[in-house]
Ligand binder design. Structure first.
Ligand SMILES: Cc1cc2nc3c(=O)[nH]c(=O)nc-3n(C[C@H](O)[C@H](O)[C@H](O)COP(=O)(O)OP(=O)(O)OC[C@H]3O[C@@H](n4cnc5c(N)ncnc54)[C@H](O)[C@@H]3O)c2cc1C
Length: 495
């Protein structure tokens, strides 16, 4: 029976472990953090429970595909559809836009600012839909053995989509809509990819199609960490052992194969094959010390924005604040232009707020609220010093207080802040970049770090910085792609 050692326990790792175990591989996992899940993690503090990172996801059918592949009769967690996807607030405006999946209701939200919204939106979504369906299987859900093979595949994409490669999400918005509000709100999808609408290719407007039409957004009953709890139970049943507080810092090799990974205490972890769920570029840089991934070259890659996150326990309810909210300013273009590289102005932040206790009341004591705040900020190449963390935290709390009409500072009974420094150190994220490598055209498909190692034939990669990309459904697809690679190399079943 072949033994696989998985380095890391993020969603990509856990789903790969299940897929390999169901094929008869013996699987063991080592994780530097004290509990599984990677960025899909959980914080419990002062009677409150918070999801550390992800708060919702799309493409539930990827979890269904996974369930069938590993032979589970049901998924070990329950997701629920969000009928209001999110609410958007603009600084200085009393109007709050509710983003409904129901397109008729959505049209009513925008009738005052965008005449003929429904017709324009239908046209916009139709274009995004046809691109999605023409490329999902052809380009996205595939392994590439070379850049050449990838480019050959791209040639099979209908040429009518070429312009979408070269214009930005923002330009695509300008082609379809007039109002500032509509353009800004529906280009927020670029931020879900850790970038801005001005530097994200228009092909990613497919995300508007997935959120509004195709499958919508979902969260998980009991909080997002139930995904990890559920998978952990199944991994236990499948005999997969997990070891925590165990960080791989070195390796041993012989004749083009890795023979063992070495942890911080010098313990050797032997296996026939290794699956790295640590960031695929970071591992080549830090552990394998590849010249192609030295610091200078890593710094030249395009990395996604870093997270500045806050976890607030409030001893009051927030009646006017729904589950998912965006608080935007009044200088979208200027802010987006600066956010990547400049030490952003900390006094007028743009941020996202998730009040998880709205959908899962058990995450906060009676009469209280669990609040998660995410503010995208420059990664540590551009802002290495976070000694001003309290200033940004205070500014967000002040801004949110003004905009909700509740002085939050009087009600905070629990407060935890994570800057890019903590995100980097907790999960080995390169310079604190939250979603890993960006999704520019020269960093996707055949150009993304491959899921099989260039030098060691028995090392594979799964997760956000290898194919296909970032986000929870992509991590699940990534586990499918790496399992295909492994079973091609080692055989489909090991019983
Ligand atoms: C703030 C935030 C919000 C997000 N919100 C959403 C959302 O709403 N919806 C969505 O779909 N996605 C969201 N994402 C993205 C999503 O969380 C990730 O794309 C996904 O969880 C990545 O999974 P992964 O398989 O790459 O593993 P990761 O989560 O990166 O896990 C990798 C694991 O490897 C471990 N590791 C690293 N190096 C070593 C080592 N040397 N030895 C041992 N272990 C090691 C790490 O500790 C970590 O546990 C969000 C991300 C962040 C940061």
């Amino acid at each position: 029976m072949k033994k696989a050692l998985i380095v890391g326990s993020g969603l990509g790792a856990m789903t790969t472990a299940m897929r390999l175990a169901s094929r008869g591989y013996r699987v063991e996992m080592v994780e530097k953090h004290h509990q599984p899940g990677g960025r899909l993690n959980q914080l419990k503090k002062d009677g409150f429970t918070f999801d550390l990172g992800p708060t919702f996801f799309s493409m539930t059918y990827e979890f269904e595909e996974f369930r069938k592949d590993v032979g589970l009769s049901r998924l070990p967690f329950t997701f629920r559809d969000l009928d209001v996807l999110y609410a958007v607030n603009f600084r200085g405006s009393p109007k709050r836009y509710m983003i409904y999946r129901d397109l008729d209701k959505l049209a009513m939200e925008f009738e005052a600012v965008e005449p003929d919204f429904r017709r324009k939106m239908d046209k916009f979504l139709k274009g995004a839909a046809s691109f999605f369906h023409d490329t999902e299987y052809l380009v996205l859900k595939r392994n590439y053995d070379s850049v050449f093979q990838y480019l050959m595949t791209l040639l099979r994409v209908p040429p009518k989509y070429s312009p979408k490669l070269f214009r930005s999400v923002w330009t695509e918005m300008e082609r379809h809509f007039e109002s500032r509000e509509v353009k800004e709100i529906f280009s927020l999808v670029a931020f879900f990819l850790g970038a801005t609408p001005f530097d994200t290719p228009a092909i990613y407007t497919i995300l508007s199609y997935t959120e509004l039409v195709h499958d919508g957004y979902h969260n998980v009953v009991g909080g997002m960490y139930k995904i990890v709890d559920g998978l952990r139970t199944e991994l236990d049943k499948a005999g997969v052992k997990m070891h925590f507080n165990t960080e791989v810092v070195d390796y041993e090799q012989s004749e083009g194969q890795i023979t063992a990974m070495i942890d911080q205490d010098g313990h050797r972890w032997e296996a026939d094959l290794f699956v790295v769920n640590a960031d695929a570029a970071w591992f080549r840089h830090k552990i394998f010390k590849r010249p192609r991934y030295n610091e200078q070259k890593m710094d030249k890659l395009k990395w996604t924005l870093a997270p500045f996150t806050m976890y607030l326990g409030l001893d009051t309810k927030l009646p006017g604040v729904p589950l998912h909210n965006y608080f935007l300013g009044d200088n979208f273009k200027e802010y987006s232009g600066k956010i990547f590289k400049n030490a952003i102005k900390l006094d007028q932040p743009y941020y996202y707020v998730n009040v998880v206790s709205k959908s899962d009341p058990e995450s906060a004591p009676e009469g209280c609220e669990s609040v998660f705040v995410l503010c995208p900020v420059p990664d540590m190449r551009y802002k290495p010093d976070w000694s001003d963390r309290d200033q940004l935290a205070t500014n967000i709390i002040k801004d949110m207080s003004e905009r909700t009409g509740i002085d939050l500072s009087k009600h905070i009974v629990s407060k935890t802040v994570m800057t890019p420094v903590e995100w980097r150190d907790s999960f080995n994220l390169y310079k604190g970049s939250g979603l890993g490598l960006g999704h520019d055209l020269d960093q996707i498909g055949g150009f993304r770090p491959r899921n099989v190692d260039e030098k060691f034939g028995n090392v594979f990669y799964v997760g956000a910085s290898t194919v296909p990309g970032t986000g929870l459904p992509m991590a699940v697809i990534s586990s499918k792609l790496v399992t295909e690679r492994i079973t091609k190399a080692y055989g489909p079943v090991h019983k």
